[in-house]
Design a protein around this ligand. Structure first.
Ligand SMILES: C[S@@+](CC[C@H](N)C(=O)[O-])C[C@H]1O[C@@H](n2cnc3c(N)ncnc32)[C@H](O)[C@@H]1O
Length: 370
């Protein structure tokens, strides 16, 4: 970024608040930040248990830094947990940012709880610097609606529908995932950042993540042909993120070569499948839905795909067991609990019940003592 004191396609190791204050204003198109949530999580360098007011003051400082370096038509997304989402929304207002959406990212496999409902979501605050001047590439976000998938309705928009503000199509990065880098416990899914970067930037734009962690924002920005700038305070994370980035190419102009599809295009098709939420068995015969997927895939990738190619590739991915798992997408097969696996299950249930009984006894004891 000319004259800004910042080099693009660079990951800085340092304090985001200090660095952002030194950089020239108005150079960044999109900022994304996923701060520590002040819940006592263990990081390499950062202490995640500040007094509440101190935590909010710290967030205000890096938020003000991001707001300053954003261009006049820039966008700013912040992922944040329950405890401080409302505080950061207010800080955003005080800084003059405009809230366009308060997104809920709902993921499965929330942590188990006994005395309250399991927490299975993160808030994503989507702000823009200007109330009505901003980039929002709606064409790149669309997928088939129920009118396509349920009714094969030809009158429904052939471009598909936009996601709403509850996002339930991005599973958290599990241990078995190919994309898992394995050195940072808070790694966000690439598909989530893909939606945000596609929505709010264009190829060649500058994407900033001031609290970069494992490097996901920079990885996705690079794949999509954006320029990235990342900051993290941990030398260890920065070292790993730089290595992770070396494995990634700009695939924004990649085109299929016959039957060989760029990896980015296959990943985008898999994500469209997840967004459509219809199992392959029901989707493959549905020409109307496949046409919408082809239109959206073409918009997202810049290549030209038709419904036939999409059907063929989905079938191939299904045959190789590479399609994302959807709820209830496989036929039910009853298990015989007489067999050994059934006995093991019964033994496990007894063990759980035993443990639960003891826990309840001790809780009951404590209650009686009050
Ligand atoms: C929740 S993690 C980000 C995870 C990231 N979104 C990902 O996908 O991997 C927050 C990061 O902020 C970093 N951090 C904390 N304080 C910082 C500061 N003052 N400046 C820069 N980075 C900081 C931590 O080291 C941590 O890696």
């Amino acid at each position: 970024m000319e004259g800004s004191g910042v080099k693009v396609d660079t990951i800085y190791c340092g304090d985001a608040c200090e660095l952002l204050e030194q950089w020239a204003p108005g150079k960044v198109d999109l900022a994304f930040a996923d701060p520590p949530y002040n819940i006592g999580y263990i990081y390499d360098k950062y202490q995640d248990d500040l007094p509440d007011q101190q935590y909010v003051a710290w967030c205000r400082r890096w938020m003000a830094g991001c707001q300053r370096v954003l261009k006049a038509d820039g966008a700013f997304y912040i992922a944040i947990g329950d405890d401080f989402a409302a505080d950061l929304r207010i800080v955003g207002r005080e800084l003059g940012l405009h809230l366009r959406n308060w997104i809920i990212w709902h993921y499965t496999f929330g942590q188990n709880t006994r005395a309250k409902f399991a927490r299975a979501h993160t808030h994503i605050l989507y702000f823009t610097k200007h109330p009505d001047r901003f980039v929002f590439n709606d064409r790149l976000l669309r997928y088939p609606s129920a009118r396509h998938t349920e009714y094969q309705d030809l009158r429904a928009s052939p471009l598909g529908r936009l996601p709403d503000d509850v996002w339930d199509d991005f599973p958290r990065v599990c241990g078995t995932f190919r994309e898992r880098a394995g050195f940072h416990g808070c790694q966000l899914p690439e598909a989530l950042l893909t939606r945000i970067i596609l929505a709010s930037s264009n190829p060649g734009d500058v994407v900033l993540d001031p609290l970069l962690g494992s490097g996901t924002t920079a990885v996705v920005a690079k794949r999509l042909g954006r320029k990235y700038v990342g900051i993290d305070i941990s030398e260890e994370y920065v070292g790993h993120a730089r290595e992770r980035l070396k494995q990634v190419r700009d695939e924004s102009r990649a085109q299929p070569q016959g039957h060989r599809w760029p990896e980015l295009h296959e990943d985008m098709l898999a994500q469209l499948y997840r967004e459509t939420k219809v199992s392959a068995a029901n989707l493959l015969p549905n020409e109307v839905a496949l046409r919408v997927i082809a239109a959206s895939l073409s918009a997202r990738t810049g290549a030209q795909y038709d419904a036939g190619q999409v059907r063929e590739r989905l079938q191939l991915l299904a045959d190789k067991n590479k399609l994302p798992k959807l709820p209830n997408d496989t036929a039910f097969v009853a298990r015989s609990h007489v067999k050994s696996e059934g006995k093991r299950y019964v033994r496990q249930v007894k063990r759980w019940e035993g443990r639960r009984g003891k826990a309840e006894e001790s809780r009951g004891g404590a209650r009686n003592a009050i």
